[in-house]
Ligand binder design. Structure first.
Ligand code: NDP
Length: 316
């Protein structure tokens, strides 16, 4: 069901660093971008406390604050930032069609997808509690590891990400305990071996998290259970890192855009182009390797420039 159909030159879907950066560039290029924020305005960074690795903030900045600044910067140049959730797309014809909140239909000359990815969590009540409090639960060692230097932490997961993050944490923390739910790693041999050969990483196989322990404000430890023996014990820790994978937010594009087997959008290497003319991708929706705010912002810039060139060639 649609009211009147709106025509838009450049539609940006998503409001993390990728989407806002695309909006800054697109509005300065007179593309009159319309940006839909989605259900988590500001994206994944709004679940992070302090961002200390984004260039230009020598004293750090909170994730939500940085997102508000990026939004204000985009709006300063005229970007039309709207509440709303894109529920459906149709990229099969000459006109790219997008529906917002199932009702509003938009016809777009160009679309920039910046829908990001979501870190997976275990789903335990105690994990979610300390995540929301910003009290020691994190899904990003590179973002938050620095706050746990010279402390003891626990990390869950056995894939390449978990190995990479455990290794990163081992250089900052006195001890890293890694919880692997089976009796083997999923990670590549080389990554798993790196972890196994690191002195201050202890690997507990067949081990699952029962509860994240805390004092009501911050994490103080983790209660774990051996799923073979049934034994439980507590590990003292100030940080609990979850590295069990990410899910790109790309479900609505299935069937219209080429995705890889895990759902990431496949871009033309070195550009933001997808397999559909006029549809571009930026940020974590296409990136399972770097996943940083600054790389997302960089690809947001690329997407706006690619969209501008596409329009110029078309209008040419
Ligand atoms: P993966 O899906 O590869 O691994 C997820 C891990 O989390 C698995 O070991 C899985 O256990 C574990 N897990 C899932 N759910 C739970 C749970 N509820 N409790 C405990 N453990 C759980 O995700 P990654 O993010 O590690 O990697 C994604 C892709 O990115 C991969 O293709 C990887 O190779 C790639 N990558 C490559 C890197 C590199 O080459 N430098 C770096 C990072 C990622 P189980 O094994 O039992 O299923």
């Amino acid at each position: 069901m649609s009211d009147t159909i709106e025509k838009v030159k450049c539609l940006i879907i998503g409001s993390g660093p990728a989407g806002y950066t695309a909006a800054i560039y697109a509005s300065r290029a007179n593309m009159f971008p319309v940006l839909y924020q989605g259900t988590q305005p500001g994206g994944q960074l709004t679940t992070t406390n302090e961002v200390e690795n984004f260039p230009g903030y020598p004293d750090g900045v909170t994730g939500p604050e940085m997102m508000l600044e990026l939004q204000a910067q985009a709006q300063r140049f005229g970007a039309d930032v709207r509440d709303g959730w894109v529920t459906k797309v149709d990229f099969s014809g000459d006109v790219h069609k997008v529906w917002v909140n199932d009702t509003k239909e938009i016809h777009c000359d160009t679309v920039i997808i910046s829908t990001g990815a979501s870190a997976k969590y275990l789903g335990l009540e105690s994990e979610q509690k300390y995540l929301k409090l910003g009290g020691g639960v994190s899904a990003c060692a590179v973002c938050d590891g620095f706050f746990y230097r010279n402390q003891e932490v626990v990390i869950v997961g056995a894939g390449d990400s978990a190995c990479e993050e455990a290794h990163y944490l081992s250089k900052l923390c006195t001890k890293v305990t890694m919880l692997v739910r089976r009796d083997e790693f999923r990670a590549s041999k080389i990554m798993a071996n790196r972890v196994k050969n690191t002195e201050n990483i202890e690997i507990l196989y067949n081990t699952e998290t029962e509860e994240v322990l805390g004092d009501g404000q911050v994490v103080t430890g983790v209660k774990v259970k051996n799923n073979v023996s049934g034994d439980t014990h507590e590990i003292p820790a100030t940080g609990f890192f979850v590295a069990i994978g990410h899910k790109p937010n790309t479900d609505i594009f299935k069937g219209f855009i080429d995705l890889d087997e895990t759902g990431y959008i496949i871009n033309v290497p070195g550009s933001s182009k997808t397999n559909v003319d006029g549809v571009f991708v930026s940020g974590d929706a296409a990136d399972h390797v770097y996943r940083q705010a600054v790389t997302a912002a960089g690809t947001g810039c690329m997407a706006a420039l690619d969209a501008e060139r596409y329009l110029a060639a078309k209008e040419g």
